[in-house]
Design a protein around this ligand. Structure first.
Ligand code: PMP
Length: 414
């Protein structure tokens, strides 16, 4: 596939950092470098690193790895971690196409860099309606237009995508048809629902028909409650049109700030060019904390861990859905969630705009939720709110839902 036609002028203009471009040569044992102005590690005060797990086990971090990670390293991440993650993608997604991988400062770092490489002034980007507010706020700062594609209880609606693309241009504008789709297929933020495989296949076929690149943002993939995880877009890609984003935030630690992008090497290279001229690389120490544990676990240990994490959220979701039934019937409508940590709830009681009700009335009663408008591509008015059950006890869930129900009742009475 030729990706040049997808790239923005800014992205095409990116040049490798002359110094970072030399880094691969350092791997040669006989190389004497008078090149990069790297600080001498002898001056660093750190001697060693030991990790203690909640199980009580300790990991003495490999001394050579520790030394390497204290210094500047490759843009695409600490090589042993990069390779471990590449192997994970092979084991889990069995990609049918060649793929490269790069590590970033959380997946948000990589998603925003990737999106930026497709945006020229006036570009239209396809997003789900609703979609992740963090990426929407980035996109709102860009000189692009967002095209919301309808979703239902099974994620993005293929017919909605097809109609938009078939009937392009909208409003008789002269703008070119979108060529990039940003999608959150598993346990979506904010809806908590996952697209079944059949949906994914239908959406992939439409993207093939209209030559659309798919940016698959999947940080909740391993938080699907069903152990038979729904295959990813990466796994069904046959044209190298999928760029996938994973995150360690929800399964190891969000403070590590580690995410990874997997997809066509040409696009991974473009992301790396961006990193070279901005934040240089992800933190070596964070990568080491992740790598040493992942290597100790191996893939089987990793899968056992994510199963535990998914079960943790599944138990919370079950409780939350039961309490929604108990306290919110008649006050709200919601879809069940099949993974992750969110429920997308429509406030009843004649409420049209959840924003004002949440920000003024609900907070006054000490209950917080995120107004749905934050997740809509064009700030539309909506009665929806995003509720998260990840960090609350059963008692807190119950109290919060009763408070929310009373807010809605008061609105209905007003
Ligand atoms: N995508 C989605 C859908 C998310 O919900 C989040 C985190 N809230 C991210 C991306 C960013 O995750 P991170 O940068 O921590 O990997």
């Amino acid at each position: 596939m030729n990706y040049t036609k997808f790239l923005s002028e800014e992205s095409k203009n990116r040049q490798p950092s002359p110094i970072r471009a030399l880094a691969p040569f350092l791997a040669r044992k006989e190389m004497i470098s008078l090149g990069a102005g790297a600080p001498n590690p002898e001056t660093f005060p750190y001697e060693s690193m030991q990790l203690t797990l909640k199980t009580g086990e300790t990991i003495n971090v490999d001394a050579a790895h520790f030394e390497k990670c204290l210094s500047y390293d490759l843009t695409s991440g600490f090589t042993p971690l990069n390779l471990w993650l590449k192997g994970l993608q092979k084991t889990e997604h069995k990609p049918k196409v060649d793929y490269g991988l790069t590590v970033g400062v959380g997946s948000q770092d990589l998603i925003t860099k990737a999106l930026q490489m497709f945006i020229n002034p006036g570009t239209h980007i396809l997003v789900e309606n609703p979609s992740y507010t963090g990426v929407l706020s980035f996109l709102r700062s860009q000189p692009c237009h967002l095209v919301g594609v309808a979703t239902d209880a099974l994620g993005m609606v293929p017919e909605s995508l097809e109609t938009i693309l078939r009937d392009w241009p909208i409003n008789n504008s002269s703008s070119s048809r979108p060529s990039v789709l940003y999608i959150i297929p598993s346990a979506s933020n904010p809806t908590g629902v996952s697209a079944p495989f059949e949906r994914k296949k239908a959406i992939y076929a439409i993207c093939q028909k209209y030559d659309i690149l798919i940016l698959e943002d999947d940080p909740y993939y391993y938080l699907q409650f069903n152990e038979d995880r729904i295959p990813s877009y990466l796994s069904l890609d046959t044209d190298s049109r999928v760029l996938r984003f994973d995150s360690l935030s929800k399964i190891l630690s969000s403070g590590l700030r580690i995410g990874f992008a997997t997809g066509p090497q040409a696009l991974i290279d473009q992301i790396n060019l961006h990193t070279m001229s901005t934040n240089l690389q992800p933190s070596g120490v964070s990568q080491l904390m992740a790598h040493e544990l992942l290597e100790k676990w191996g893939y089987d240990g990793f899968f056992a861990h994510v199963k535990k994490v998914a079960s943790f959220y599944e138990a919370k979701a079950k409780l939350f859905l039961e309490l929604l039934d108990e306290h919110m019937k008649g006050y709200g409508e919601w879809t069940s969630c099949d993974g992750g940590m969110f429920v997308w709830l429509k406030m009843l009681g004649g409420i049209k705009d959840s924003k004002q009700v949440i920000l003024e009335k609900a907070t006054a009663k000490n209950v917080l939720a995120v107004p749905g408008a934050c997740f809509l591509p064009n700030d539309e008015i909506t009665p929806y709110v995003r509720l998260s059950f990840s960090n609350v006890t059963k008692e807190q869930m119950s109290t919060a839902l009763q408070r929310l129900a009373s807010v809605i009742q008061e609105e209905a009475d007003a």
